[in-house]
Design a protein. Structure first.
Length: 558
């Protein structure tokens, strides 16, 4: 009886974490619909429509739409996520009639949120493999799900969050596949065909979401080397004809499953599979004409990539994770000493962790050396943040279990405070040190444009401010989504520049914070609303966008 009571007591923290998981999941389903629409949803649906029309045309024997797809700018995105998300949205409108009343595009956020919740579960699974500690794994899952930066993307980022989930799924399956027999003394040490099949399917899905998933093979290579190292330490890795045949046979099997599945989910390659090579080249330097405000500098894609990555990683990564990353050498030494002194220790634990550490370093190095075009802070490499989180938490765990656990508890409490403060701009999160700087002058904030919809809601709630006034805004489609019909009568695109406003005409002007830095604002204007959030302990607020009212006669430079 006492043994049963002790077991229940030990499991209680895990139950708390799962309870928190359910609360986060429930609140998130509401929040992902309340947040509104950003820049990406409409364009991604347009891209999906191009692909669906091309597929429909091919099935009918007409190649006209497919030829149009070949000339389309974003032809190199696959349908691995957007098609299932579209189908789920259509299903929800049938099952839940009220879902059809809102914007259809926003239903895609539900699929994004499901991917984020799935990534939290996978973080727990990977931490469980590396730490072999259920409490740390469950607490790590809760801490990760509360991390405002990734949570904010999980509410609406239809491009990068699904890719993050697919990457993490491939990582977990790769760890299971490569290390399932690595520490066993009686087995051959070769991955099973079942695990290879699952990994091949997951890899093809990852590539179909974004071709930059090709970077996963860097991770596979790092993990394989570490797995072979464990087998070598156990005396199993011998270069024999049988082993070479087994390895080549499994590589062929993996390719036989992965490549056709990927091509099936990647319509642009149907006319010529070699188009995949063009996709890799094009997407590694995806054309984007803007700049990103980084540490006070406006940096164009592909410029100063090393500086760009360093600054944003230091700004977006929580202090607990930065501490864990900095302590990697000490953590490695302590864990290596344990595995050396105790021959019964599972050497694959250290090998899996080292494999992930090397993978992150190798991928970042590849991005820098290739001068990959990054913009809108680090959304293109959002998939690396769960790995960085796992590596940092595991590092602290190897040094001190208590420090790791207590650190996650404090971080979770701080994250919870941040989330309530930042919503719906959780993705603009800055860590405990970066927020001490005057952020509006140093870091890009609302690059998704959600402040436009929030400003529109404010206008709807204050009709006296918009009476008989034209509304100048950029982007107009985001503010139009939330404006009521009365306020849409005179909605004009300002192109983000106050120069485009008519003088001596009473108007409202919505403009994002970064455009406030770049463009002059009329002198006689009156600030009537500011979309901003003040992070705990921060000296200055994060300003997303502002709404002005006035006649706009003269201009002054801010």
């Amino acid at each position: 009886m006492r043994h049963s009571s002790d077991a229940s007591t030990k499991k209680f923290p895990n139950y708390v974490c799962w309870g928190l998981f359910l609360v986060i999941a429930t609140v998130g389903f509401w929040a992902c619909q309340d947040i509104g629409l950003g820049w990406d949803e409409g364009h991604e649906r347009l891209t999906l429509n191009h692909k669906l029309k091309a597929i429909e045309g091919l099935l009918a024997g007409d190649t006209t739409a497919y030829q149009a797809l070949l000339a389309y700018g974003d032809r190199y995105y696959g349908i691995g996520f957007h098609l299932p998300a579209f189908l789920l949205g259509e299903l929800l409108q049938i099952i839940i009639p009220t879902a059809a009343n809102g914007p259809k595009l926003i239903l895609a956020h539900i699929s994004v949120w499901l991917c984020f919740l799935g990534s939290g579960y996978l973080v727990k699974c990977v931490l469980q493999r590396i730490t072999q500690n259920t409490l740390i794994a469950h607490t790590g899952m809760a801490t990760y799900l509360l991390w405002p930066y990734v949570l904010g993307h999980g509410l609406m980022n239809i491009k990068d969050t699904p890719f993050l989930f697919a990457w993490l799924l491939c990582t977990y399956l790769a760890l299971r596949c490569f290390f399932e027999n690595a520490n066993a003394h009686r087995s051959s040490g070769h991955p099973s065909y079942k695990s290879l099949f699952l990994l091949a399917i997951a890899t093809s899905w990852l590539l179909s979401i974004r071709i930059s998933g090709i970077l996963i093979f860097i991770e596979y290579g790092c993990l394989l080397i570490c797995a072979f190292a464990v087998q070598f330490a156990n005396g199993k890795f011998l270069i024999t004809r049988e082993n070479v045949k087994a390895i080549l046979g499994r590589l062929f099997f993996f390719g036989l499953i992965c490549l056709p599945t990927f091509i099936a989910l990647y319509p642009i390659s149907w006319h010529d599979p070699l188009e995949i090579l063009n996709a890799i080249s094009y997407m590694s330097h995806h054309p984007w004409s803007g700049t990103t405000l980084t540490a006070g500098r406006f940096i164009a894609p592909g410029q100063q990539v090393d500086f760009y990555l360093m600054v944003w990683l230091l700004a977006k990564t929580p202090l607990i994770i930065i501490t864990g990353i900095a302590a990697i050498p000490l953590a490695f030494f302590l864990q290596w000493r344990v595995s050396t002194l105790d021959q019964l220790t599972n050497k694959s634990i250290l090998a899996q962790w080292i494999g992930l550490v090397i993978s992150v370093i190798a991928i970042l190095a590849a991005l820098i050396l290739h001068r990959v075009g990054l913009y809108n802070e680090l959304r293109q490499i959002l998939f690396l943040f769960p790995l960085i989180f796992i590596v940092g938490i595991s590092s602290l765990y190897f040094i001190s279990k208590k420090v790791c656990f207590i650190g996650m508890l404090f971080s979770s409490a701080f994250f919870l405070w941040d989330n309530f403060t930042l919503y719906p701009y959780n993705y603009t999160y800055l860590n405990e040190v970066a927020r001490l700087r005057p952020a509006i002058q140093y870091f890009e904030a609302d690059y998704f444009g959600f402040s436009a919809g929030r400003s529109a809601r404010w206008i709807n709630d204050h009709p006296q401010e918009a009476f008989n006034k034209c509304i100048y805004a950029y982007p107009t489609h985001l503010i139009a989504n939330e404006l009521n019909d009365a306020n849409k009568k005179c909605l004009i695109d300002s192109l983000g520049n106050a120069y485009n406003l008519k003088q001596d005409v009473p108007s409202l002007l919505y403009i994002t914070q970064r455009n406030l830095i770049n463009f002059p604002i009329p002198a006689d204007c009156r600030l009537i609303h500011s979309e901003e959030r003040s992070l705990p302990i921060a000296k200055n607020p994060l300003i997303m966008g502002r709404l002005f009212s006035g006649g706009f006669k003269h201009e002054v430079q801010l």
